[in-house]
Design a binder for this molecule. Structure first.
Ligand code: ZN
Length: 52
């Protein structure tokens, strides 16, 4: 018999885990320094082809 923990962490911490924090998906968007449109960071700009 292994004693099971009643809860791993408090309710507030569970809330953080369940969608409390936004995913990092959209955070790597940055403005193109050449044309000013939103593009993915560290990627070539799809509008003007400017890299970085
Ligand atoms: Zn651009």
């Amino acid at each position: 018999m292994v004693p099971l923990p009643k809860r791993k962490h408090t309710r507030s911490r569970t809330g953080i885990r369940r969608g409390g924090q936004p995913k990092m998906v959209l955070s790597n968007l940055t403005k193109c320094t050449s044309c000013g449109k939103l593009k993915e960071n560290h990627r070539a700009c799809p509008y003007c082809g400017f890299w970085r």
